[in-house]
Design a binder for this molecule. Sequence first.
Ligand SMILES: C[S@@+](CC[C@H](N)C(=O)[O-])C[C@H]1O[C@@H](n2cnc3c(N)ncnc32)[C@H](O)[C@@H]1O
Length: 308
Amino acid sequence: MSSTTKEATASLKERVRAFWQANPCGVKFADAPAGTRAFFERVEAHRYAKEWHIPAAADFQSARALRVLEIGCGLGTDGAQFARAGADYTGVDLTDAAVALARRNFELQNLAGEFRTADAENLDFADETFDLVYSHGVLHHTPDTARAVREIHRVLKPAGRAVVMLYHRDSYNYRVNISVLRRAGARLLHSEAGLRLAHLVTREPVESLREHAARIRADGRSYLSPEEFLSRNTDGAGNPLTRVYSREEARALFKDFAEVRLATHFLNKRWLPVVGMILPRAVEARLAARWGWHLWIYAKKGEKSTEY
Ligand SMILES: C[S@@+](CC[C@H](N)C(=O)[O-])C[C@H]1O[C@@H](n2cnc3c(N)ncnc32)[C@H](O)[C@@H]1O
């Protein structure tokens, strides 16, 4: 990597860190003060009501007695399920904010777990340390995702498993909602009346729409570029980096693993006007298995460790 590319990557990483430090993932879904018992209970209830596929897809129970590393632990909501299931759990996150909240979550529930602030691309763990590495909605936000996947492979024991969720390129959310509907809707944000209309139609908070509008005013060309539009229209207008992966791209990322299985979940029904509200779960699950926004990668490391 040239020194200019290294600097650009470092500054992007710093912007990623600063965004998540200021906006710990999931905080906006709870109406109780951050760090309180009520807050963690509401975050958890909201998570598994909205993303009801997670417990089955992550199969927390299968981690009993395993040494588990979670990369990008956020508030420790999934981490707590691993710990309750009897895993020997370690959670890392790029931000001190997430690590402090996840640690607090475990303390309030009397759960055992280790936490560290760490970068997925440079893990401070010895080779072949963990039986299972889990990472949900994280590695599409880091500048060098391939490097993070190599780190997962390195820290896994032979025959260890990785369970990783990345955003899915061939999903309804990316192909239709983000690339067509939201892009068309961005035109409304040029005027106050248009912004109000966008709020009425989408229920997206006015402050969030105003942040998008300000970015369009500041530099519309760059905001509308495919990469930036995707980043700004997934986890908040301030989010500096998001990528999406097709099934083929995911397989290529995990090429060093001996076995790879893929599954897609979660339709993000907020963006399915009217129909989304009345869709039975069975139908939703069938549609999500093809067009879901969350691409789950189940990868197994070979029995013998691979040299780098
Ligand atoms: C969308 S949140 C997901 C949190 C949690 N896994 C969940 O599903 O709720 C993304 C998290 O990834 C973390 N993150 C981003 N880049 C990272 C990196 N390079 N190393 C470790 N964590 C990272 C952020 O700090 C943030 O907490």
